[in-house]
Design a binder for this molecule. Structure first.
Ligand SMILES: [Zn+2]
Length: 248
């Protein structure tokens, strides 16, 4: 089976997920021009990332329900459970954006671990979305690639004040997203070979991402900036993402 670009579909899935991972490194670029990021700037960036993630998740849910509402629901519950368990294992250390630049090295490392673990769900999202069709796959890939940029920005905001070079910050940003290309191919293979697993997979990725947005990203964003700004950014990017998937 080949993709629209003439590539074998497995390579297309891998490359798509690799592009999303590399996009995380772009988050380091603004630090070539600025020394540090204001908490409000970081909150706005994360609210944008959250909206893109919500829009992508709603697209995955819609596709899942199209195949099987009950299996999508069970998958979403499993996705939420996955995040609950990883948070328990990691000791639930949400980084507070407002204090990102002042955190100690241990918390900076934990932040990197949290970002890396949550990328697993996003890798599954890329893989299963291609299982739901190439246009869905490309829409989710683009959403997650753009969403990764503010994540790289947040990681760099934590590391850069410690005197870590810009290239090293970019490296760790990309590193935090490496689970995406690693997870995308097996996730795609599973839902492609075992078709009944597709709605489970779509639900799983959506459930995990929505729960992550609600428990980790949004509370901190609301803490660090004006509620109205955050609500408008999240709502606006969610709607844009949904419209974009509609017309792709
Ligand atoms: Zn993410």
């Amino acid at each position: 089976m080949t993709s629209a670009f003439g590539l074998p579909i497995l390579w297309a899935v891998f490359l798509a997920a690799l592009v999303t991972a590399l996009a995380t490194g772009l988050g380091a670029v603004p630090f070539a021009f600025i020394r540090r990021l204001s908490p409000r700037g970081a909150a706005a960036a994360n609210a944008t990332a959250a909206g893109l993630m919500l829009g992508a998740s709603l697209g995955l849910l819609a596709e899942g329900v199209h195949h099987s509402p009950s299996r999508t629901f069970v998958g979403a519950a499993l996705g939420i459970g996955f995040i609950l368990i990883t948070q328990r294992l990691l000791g639930h250390h949400e980084p507070e954006i407002g204090q990102l630049t002042g955190v100690n090295a241990r918390r900076a490392l934990l932040f990197l671990v949290v970002m890396t673990v949550h990328s697993f769900a996003e890798g599954v999202a890329v893989g299963v979305s291609f299982g739901g069709g190439e246009s869905l796959g490309l829409a989710i890939t683009l959403a997650l690639a753009i969403h990764n940029i503010p994540e790289g920005l947040a990681i760099t905001a934590v590391m850069r004040p410690r005197g870590i070079s810009l290239w090293t910050c970019a490296f760790w940003s990309v590193f935090s997203s490496l689970p995406q290309p690693l997870m995308a191919v097996p996730a795609f293979l599973l839902v492609d070979r075992v078709r009944p697993a597709l709605p489970f997979g779509l639900g799983f990725a959506a459930g995990a991402m929505v729960y992550m947005v609600l428990i980790e990203i949004l509370p901190e964003a609301y803490d660090a900036a004006e509620s109205r700004t955050i609500a408008l950014l999240v709502g606006g990017t969610t709607v844009i993402m949904l419209l974009f998937q509609q017309y792709l």
